[in-house]
Design a protein around this ligand. Structure first.
Ligand code: GAP
Length: 489
């Protein structure tokens, strides 16, 4: 093996505020992510995954699916429909409570989350060392949440603190209004409220309503889990940061049903398991992952933590771990009239199970992976861009490159490509110099480049070049599939 010459690869400094710009551009140019319906000017906060993006997203989903279902004897998957009986959303509390408090600026016609304006203001007071003021505003903010007229109280706090719009500095505020985040549509021929259905804002409810179906069909005993990957829709008013906050996105959720009183233990187990998955499976940098404990809980939870990640634009949530109590099953029991109790066959105990939920956003994980992997360095004095993706996540695992197309090398390389394609995603490339072709593969995160050269035709060997170190190793061509497969595990 050619010894990796560390002097060949030198790191380059990269300012975080430039990374997003570069990522968005690379994502489009190389076919990871395109703006949705771009030829018509796009649609705000909607994106399409291109050839490499869809491959990488599949890898992320598969890693999650395997870790959550196949690894666990007592967790099974489902794929529920996006549209459900509208009473589901009354029972879940989404019709009455899935709201954001919004405020408009009359001058600029821009819209903001009132709670975010206040939370950012409190943060700023803290940063400026005005701890007493921060505590005073925090107390008023919490009191507003519990008051008879929370919208009025939030508005008065914004006015009293003279909070300005962060982007324009304007403060010509309207009253605060509640805005429901669910998308409504009409089912059937009549466009009145009797046909109103919602696009699901979370996948979780498809799991709750199928609790007994899955339990009976799969002969599950508590504790057991149901996992699902699927689209969710939220009419998010505050958008931005590329695919971080979208109106149509994909969730990967698992509901773990436990006996009441055992939820704290299950919560800790899942907290640990989910955190470990990000480094062991997804390959995220451990120093960029953080825990955040919720003080303000959602209407269904008695304990909640977020896993947050250091994106180039700040530290933000990628997954929530929630102890949801028996809220959802009890409410579905109430609204459907169907018994949602579980009967323990051994002890004859009856109870509505408690639920520990793990809820990750696939698109956010995609962005976390992409931003963590983005690297610029210098190889042999030449600058390059590379994605240091974990081989399991990389959209293309290997590229097969004939040194020259002529002299039989092109045919031999194409034959090798076909052989490798039986085991993993592989690309063949014979256009431009070998150096340029290496750079093209570095930029999309391909961990291995296999070069077919003159020696290959003479003795059946090829070189394997490693993306991060640019080091090369000569191996038998017949061993290439096994050599690479062993490094994808
Ligand atoms: N069932 C619980 C639930 O939906 P959530 O915290 O609202 O909890 C879970 O959402 C995850 O879904 C978040 O951690 C985030 O990764 C993802 N998510 C939520 N809203 C999103 C949006 N507008 N765009 C992209 N991902 C989103």
């Amino acid at each position: 093996m050619t010894t990796p010459d560390t002097a060949r690869v030198q790191s380059a400094s990269l300012s975080p505020d430039k990374v997003m710009h570069k990522l968005v551009s690379l994502a489009k140019r190389r076919g990871f992510i395109f703006p949705s319906s771009e030829i018509y000017g796009g649609l705000s906060s909607c994106f399409d995954y291109g050839p490499l993006g869809s491959e990488m997203k599949r890898n992320i989903k598969e890693l999650w699916w395997n870790a959550m279902t196949r690894r666990h004897q007592n967790i099974v998957g489902i794929d529920a429909s996006i549209m459900m009986n509208p009473t589901v959303w009354e029972a879940s509390g989404h019709v009455s409570s899935f709201n954001d408090p919004l405020i408009d600026d009359r001058t600029t016609k821009r819209r903001y989350r009132a709670d975010h304006l206040i939370e950012n203001h409190i943060e700023k007071l803290r940063r400026d060392g005005r701890d007493e003021d921060a505590l005073r505003v925090q107390a008023a903010y919490e009191a507003a949440g519990g008051s008879d007229e929370p919208n009025r109280a939030l508005y008065e706090l914004i006015i009293a603190e003279a909070i300005k719009a962060p982007d324009t500095g304007s403060a010509d505020w309207t009253e605060v209004r509640q805005f429901n985040l669910m998308f409504q549509c009409n089912m059937g021929a009549v466009a009145d409220s009797s046909g109103t259905v919602y696009l699901r804002p979370e996948t979780a409810q498809g799991i709750f309503v199928n609790f007994h179906n899955v339990r009976e069909a799969s002969r599950m005993k508590v504790p057991f889990g149901i996992a699902q990957i699927g689209k969710a829709f939220r009419n998010e008013i505050v958008k931005g940061n590329f695919i971080f906050r979208m109106v149509e996105f994909e969730q990967m959720e698992m509901q773990y049903f436990v006996k009441p009183g055992t939820q704290a233990e299950a919560f800790e187990t899942w907290r640990e398991e989910r955190y470990g998955w990000y480094t062991a499976q997804l390959g995220l940098s451990p120093e960029k992952l953080h825990w955040y404990k919720h003080d303000k809980l959602a209407h269904y939870a008695d304990l909640a933590y977020d896993i947050k990640f250091d994106f180039p634009f700040g530290t933000e949530e990628i997954e929530g771990i929630h102890s949801r109590t028996d809220f959802d099953l009890t409410r579905h029991q109430e609204y459907s009239g169907k018994n949602m109790e579980y009967v323990d066959q051994v002890t004859n105990e009856r109870y509505v199970p408690y639920v520990v939920e793990t809820s990750a956003g696939c698109d956010r994980l995609f962005l976390a992976v992409l931003s963590d992997a983005y690297t610029e360095d210098v190889v042999d004095g030449e600058e390059r861009v590379l994605l240091k993706l974990a081989p399991k996540v990389a959209p293309v695992k290997a590229a097969v490159l004939p040194l020259m197309k002529k002299g039989g090398m092109g045919e031999a390389a194409m034959k090798l490509r076909d052989e490798l394609a039986e085991s993993f995603a592989v690309q063949y490339d014979d256009a431009a110099s070998i150096g340029k072709r290496y750079r093209r593969q570095d930029e999309i995160g391909t961990p291995f480049c296999v070069t077919v050269d003159h020696e290959s035709l003479e003795n059946g060997t090829v070189t394997v070049r490693f993306r991060d170190t640019a080091a090369q190793e000569r191996i038998q061509m017949s061993q290439a599939a096994a050599f690479i497969s062993a490094r994808l595990a």
